[in-house]
Write a protein that binds this ligand. Sequence first.
Ligand code: NAD
Ligand code: TYD
Length: 340
Amino acid sequence: MKTILVTGGAGFIGSNFIFYMMKQTPKMRIVCYDKLTYAGNLSTLRPIMDAPDFRFVKGDVCDREAVFRVFEEERPDVVVNFAAESHVDRSIEDPGVFLRTNILGTQTLMDACRAYGGVRYHQVSTDEVYGDLPLDRPDLFFTEETPICTSSPYAASKAAADLLALSYFRTYGLPVTISRCSNNYGPYQFPEKLIPLMIANALADKPLPVYGTGENVRDWLYVEDHCRAIDLIIREGRVGEVYNIGGHNELTNIELVKMICRELGRPESLITHVADRKGHDRRYAIDPKKIHGELGWLPETKLADGLKRTIAWYLENRPWWEEIVSGEYQEYYRKMYGAR
Ligand code: NAD
Ligand code: TYD
């Protein structure tokens, strides 16, 4: 039986990936390694905590001793690294922890892969490493050849990790792959990100803070489509390669927030334009032809359907996010939105 080490598996995409893999590949041992930062939530994993082929280990990806210990105990065949500081706005406030976790954490994990040998490493990255596209050129898309050109400290830290991963492939022959995905949405997303934040605020009849004009475009991908792509890449992807994931679901922020208002039966008058994000990327848009051509992957969930499903999940799982927004999140919200 193969063992897969999922780092950052108590966060949004990592937990969805664990659930996906348990369904898809039942004969697999899954070890989740996560520091449980503000973004990690053990209650997400509660239903599988006692499953026979699952183990949770609390630890920091930068803690060499702890990482090597889990490799010694589990001898993983595959590592999928989701562990990261992931929120652009936080990286603008305090870049240091992004550089530490996102770059040094990646190095530590790959060093452990080298030390134990024969470990397949997958780096979960983002389309934000390509910077942004102009709003008046809908014909342009990110391909794997688009130059790295980052805007935020978050994106810069992810780009650095990508380059490090490619260097470990070239220099040491470590079998790595990298996926660069567009904006995800779906169950278990921390309510600091656009979609769950707007759902939570709308349900509480609070203002919906749209940055700047709201004309910025994002290419939304339902989280399960992302998980399916990563599963394909670790099984059939070519090592040393980058795969873009996403496509065909572009929308401006303002249109998206209006859709959420309509779905929840809340008035658009809740929308409040607030000060723009510093260095705000204008448009992200993925060209998925490489992953489609090589691995047959395309997004399956249309934004309108995925958004309905996501809203239904947040309505049915209020305790999960209400606990979050009633805690230290209040302080975060005051700091980020209070005087905006
Ligand atoms: P998240 O913030 O929801 O989860 C991150 C997880 O990593 C949390 O469980 C947290 O506890 C853990 N973590 C943080 N620092 C750690 C450390 N030092 N050691 C161990 N664990 C640590 O993030 P997410 O949205 O699930 O994103 C997962 C990955 O996917 C990230 O690498 C992110 O860059 C990438 N990504 C995200 C999106 C998106 O739209 N959310 C899109 C493309 C790529
Ligand atoms: P976000 O979910 O933070 O993802 P990313 O910055 O990685 O794209 O934001 C998505 C878009 O929504 C982005 O253009 C910023 C915008 N946004 C708002 O307008 N208001 C908000 O409160 C948040 C969190 C984001």
